[in-house]
Write a protein that binds this ligand. Structure first.
Ligand SMILES: Cc1cc2nc3c(=O)[nH]c(=O)nc-3n(C[C@H](O)[C@H](O)[C@H](O)COP(=O)(O)OP(=O)(O)OC[C@H]3O[C@@H](n4cnc5c(N)ncnc54)[C@H](O)[C@@H]3O)c2cc1C
Length: 572
């Protein structure tokens, strides 16, 4: 091992570059990118961030594309370049438009993406009016616990402190198009086998359930105030940077390469869920517990790579957003099918909502293995350690009553609402039913056969159902500690079973930022001219998505986008 002082991340450049077997560097590099040299590295040994990445470049990162000046067909100038017209980018652009900034919004598609409707806002007027006050400091520390401390509390605080102002900004715009906000109050009961915090955060403008949605409203605002600012069909290729300073970006467009010179650039390009090479390298646990894709196919990590090429540092540990809803046919395993860029999850169902209900769930051996009452991804990660990574959910003819009693929160509560409105459970799972994935039988034995349990697994499964029924009768889960009200009997025909894996929605680890969303370099210093908001940014989550902090992903992305625009406009 080398003797140099260790860097902020505890990894010295010498030990990293020479102490490790060079063959191991490529593999290790995935998690070490941008984490090696310390500010204490002596001048003679110092190396640029680009050199370090070159030395340790993980294969998923690749080299920054080289584009000759002669290949640039057009150059434009702006004060503020927003790249990506999603949750974060639209709040940045909407704010910039309203504040009269000189800006360009560059988006690779020809429209804004689908709006993510569950917006997490802390202590909005609407929430306070209905008694939904949140203890901000408790929330801050809860999020820090979810991230195992691998976050920046100043970054989290921007969402906690400024999302109520975001609500004040956005709600009148939604009201103006006839939309009323609904603030969801979590049911007044414990959730999960431990004491999770269930803050009142969830704001939705789905009343009435019709166009326009939030992103459409913001796009109209931008188009009305500054129509020339919106550039659809602009795909980021790389940032323009020199000597640690970012000065714009180069885009692939229908007119060839266009360079936009900007005083400040905001990356709002989302995560990297659509990049299987990055997923395999950075998120093996997520890949190992997913059967299905529910992500924006545009979000392929180009923005994150561009940020690293320009000197930014990525969170060393990954964080995926996974929901427990990837319904599949009997025998399908989690993980990608295919190789490299062509790898894809096998599932054809994007999200089967009932997967989030805490019914009895068993593995391929026919046995339970974990408490089913937990945040969506917790059960997926546990299933990822079981054969094939999948699990089977069992329910019976009383499923509607059970779902109403389970009273789950977040978007899984859609099931409670539909059951309360009288929708038959088979209609609720019509996608899986019509695909033939939902198995329905008059007896448990018959169901076991249809679900593929054979031999010992079938014996286990039948015993497991008996045991679960006894636990329901006793109102005690003495195997995994699920709350009594989330136990259910499996005695009333028809009996149903459906196999699941996780479904990948997005990734939420990214470029390290400070509270103002400035991208940080290897020494923790802000890179001049470069900001990141939303899923391309990091410093907020680690390892998991805290689903019980409902809407925090959209909430932080929106708040960050608005924060950057306000900051640059001198409005903060
Ligand atoms: C189906 C689904 C439902 C969800 N529901 C919720 C919810 O209800 N509440 C919640 O809190 N979170 C939800 N999430 C998560 C949430 O969507 C994200 O955390 C959030 O949208 C991130 O915002 P963003 O702006 O970073 O990314 P996005 O909203 O994904 O926007 C990224 C934009 O960048 C563009 N882009 C990508 N690459 C390039 C490029 N190279 N050049 C130019 N443009 C590019 C994309 O086309 C896209 O428009 C959901 C996610 C999914 C997939």
């Amino acid at each position: 091992m080398g003797t140099e002082s260790t860097s902020r991340s505890g990894i010295s450049r010498r030990s990293f570059l020479t102490g490790a077997a060079l063959t191991g560097v490529a593999a290790a590099g995935a998690s070490l990118v941008g984490c090696s040299p310390s500010s204490s590295t002596s001048k003679s040994e110092s190396t640029s961030n680009a050199d370090v990445i070159d030395s340790a470049s993980p294969s998923w990162l690749g080299a920054e594309p080289e584009i000759a000046e002669s290949d640039i067909t057009k150059t434009e100038e702006t004060d503020f370049l927003v790249i990506g017209a999603g949750t974060a980018g639209m709040c940045a652009a909407g704010t910039a438009a309203e504040l009269g900034m000189n800006f360009i919004l560059a988006e690779k598609n020809d429209k804004v993406p689908e709006t993510r409707e569950y917006l997490g806002i802390v202590n909005s007027k609407a929430a306070l009016a209905q008694g939904g006050e949140v203890d901000s400091m408790k929330l801050l520390n809860e999020l820090t616990r979810y991230a195992s401390g691998k976050c920046n509390q100043d970054v989290i605080k921007v969402w906690i402190d400024e999302s109520a102002e975001l609500f004040d900004w956005i709600d009148p715009k939604m009201q103006a198009v006839g939309k009323q906000v609904v603030v969801d109050m979590p049911a007044d009961h414990e959730t999960g086998g431990t004491d999770y915090m269930l803050p009142v955060l969830q704001h939705v403008w789905l009343t009435p359930y019709s166009e326009p949605m939030r992103n459409d409203v913001l796009l109209s605002l931008v188009q009305e105030k500054s129509p020339e600012s919106v550039h659809f069909g602009y795909e980021l290729v790389k940032l323009v940077h020199e000597d640690g300073k970012v000065m714009g970006a180069i885009f692939n467009t229908s007119e060839g390469y266009v360079q936009i010179n900007a005083k400040n650039t905001l990356l709002a390009t989302g995560g990297y869920p659509a990049n299987p090479v990055m997923m395999n390298a950075l998120q093996p646990a997520a890949v190992g517990c997913c059967t299905a894709s529910s992500f924006n196919p545009a979000d392929n990590g180009t923005g994150l790579k561009a940020g690293i090429w320009a000197g930014g540092v990525k969170d060393p540990d990954a964080a995926p957003m996974i929901f427990d809803r990837g319904a599949v046919e009997v025998g399908v395993d989690c993980g990608y099918v295919g190789e490299g860029d062509d790898a894809a999850f096998p599932g054809t169902i994007y999200q089967e909502n009932i997967g989030s209900q805490p019914f009895m769930k068993v593995n391929r051996n026919g046995v339970r293995f974990a408490n089913e009452s937990a945040p969506y991804d917790t059960f997926c990660f546990q299933a990822g350690q079981q054969p094939g990574g999948v699990w089977c959910q069992i329910f019976d003819g009383n499923a509607s009553e059970d779902i109403i009693r389970f009273s789950t929160i977040g978007c899984s509560a859609f099931a409670n609402q539909m059951m309360a409105a009288g929708m038959p459970v088979e209609e609720f799972v019509a996608t899986s039913r019509d695909a033939g994935f939902l198995k329905k039988a008059d007896t448990i034995e018959e169901l076991a056969d249809m679900l593929g349990f054979e031999g010992e697994a079938k014996t286990n499964f039948l015993e497991q159902v008996d045991r679960y029924n006894q636990q329901f009768d006793a109102q005690v889960d003495d195997d995994y500690g699920k709350e009594a009200y989330r136990l259910s009997a499996i005695r009333t025909a028809p009996f149903y079973g459906l196999w699941f894996g996780g479904t990948l929605l997005t990734t939420i680890d990214g470029l390290r930022i400070n509270g103002d969303c400035q991208v940080l370099d290897i020494n923790g210093a802000p890179i001049e001219g470069l900001y990141a908001a939303g899923d391309v940014s990091g410093s907020f989550f680690s390892g998991n998505y805290p689903e019980y902090i409902v809407g925090v992903a959209s909430g932080r992305s929106s708040t960050q986008g608005r924060h950057v625009a306000r900051k640059l406009a001198g409005d903060l």
